[in-house]
Design a protein around this ligand. Structure first.
Ligand SMILES: [Zn+2]
Ligand SMILES: [Zn+2]
Length: 243
C-alpha cells in the first residue's frame, strides 16, 4: 500500500512538473497545474469577510447571530432575489481575468474562475437548477460564446446540479451602461430578459459581474413570473463600494 502511495506521489510530482505552467493572469511561470503567481493572487481580492447576504457588498463588522445581513442599499430597496454570492471584488486580478474571458477568447479561464464561484456558493442547495445570464443573439454572434454559460458548466460539474442554458433569453441588446445610475440601469434592463418556460422552483442565476444588480433584477423578475420561488444569485465578481 505504502509503495503504491509512493508510486502515486512520484507520478503526481512528474505530472506537476510536466504541467507546470503559467500564471493565468500575467503569464509568469508557476509550479503546479497552472494557477496564479503570488503577486496576482495578492491582487485577487477574494470576498471572505462580512458581506451583504443579498448583493455581496463587503461590509464592516459581523452579523450578530449568524443571520443574513443586508447593506444599506438592499435595506432601502431590497432586490427581488433571496440571497447572493460573489467570489471576489471586480478589481485587480479578477477584473483582468474577466476581461480576458469576455473579450480575448480566454475560454480556458472559465475552469479556474468557475471553481472559485462554486466555492463561493458554499452549501449546494438541493434540487436547484443553474441558469446562466444569456447574451443577446447579436452579441453571441460576435463573441461566439457566453462567458456566463461557460462558468455555469464548470459550477454544474463541480456541484452536480443541472444547468439550463436556454431557460433565460435576452430580448434586447442593451447598451453599455457604465455611466448610468442604479435606477437608470434597472429601468434600462426592465423586461430585457425572458424566462422561456415554466421555471424550476429554485434557480441559481450565474453571471460574471454584478455592478448595480440591474441584470440580476431583470433575470429574477422573469423567473418569478414563470413560477420560480427561490432565486440565488451567484456572480464571479462584485463591483464593490469602498467601505
Ligand atoms: Zn501572475
Ligand atoms: Zn446588499
Amino acid at each position: 500500500m505504502r509503495s503504491f502511495t509512493l508510486i502515486q506521489e512520484g507520478l503526481q510530482t512528474g505530472l506537476d512538473f510536466l504541467y507546470s505552467g503559467q500564471c493565468h493572469a500575467c503569464g509568469e511561470a508557476v509550479m503546479g497545474q497552472g494557477g496564479l503567481c503570488g503577486a496576482c493572487y495578492a491582487q485577487l481580492h477574494l470576498l471572505r469577510g462580512a458581506r451583504c447576504g443579498l448583493c455581496a457588498q463587503p461590509m464592516a463588522g459581523l452579523s450578530p447571530d449568524g443571520q443574513i445581513i443586508s447593506c444599506d442599499d438592499c435595506l432601502h430597496a431590497p432586490p427581488p432575489w433571496d440571497r447572493g454570492f460573489a467570489a471576489c471584488q471586480y478589481r485587480g486580478t479578477a477584473r483582468s481575468l474577466i476581461l480576458a474571458l469576455k473579450h480575448a477568447d480566454r475560454t480556458d479561464l472559465a475552469h479556474p474562475l468557475g471553481m472559485m464561484m462554486a466555492r463561493a456558493l458554499g452549501d449546494v442547495p438541493q434540487g436547484a437548477v443553474i441558469a446562466p445570464v444569456p447574451l443577446h443573439w447579436m452579441r453571441a454572434l460576435s463573441r461566439r460564446y457566453n462567458q456566463a454559460g461557460l462558468l455555469a458548466d464548470v459550477i454544474a460539474a463541480q456541484t452536480g446540479l443541472p444547468v439550463m442554458h436556454t431557460l433565460l433569453r435576452r430580448l434586447r441588446c442593451t447598451r453599455m451602461m457604465e455611466h448610468f445610475s442604479r435606477a437608470q440601469r434597472i429601468a434600462a434592463q426592465q423586461g430585457s430578459i425572458q424566462c422561456t418556460r415554466l421555471a424550476p422552483k429554485h434557480v441559481i442565476v450565474v453571471d460574471d459581474v454584478m455592478t448595480t444588480g440591474a441584470t440580476c433584477t431583470a433575470a429574477t423578475t422573469a423567473l418569478r413570473m414563470m413560477g420560480a420561488q427561490d432565486v440565488t444569485i451567484l456572480t464571479l465578481a462584485r463591483v464593490a463600494k469602498p467601505l
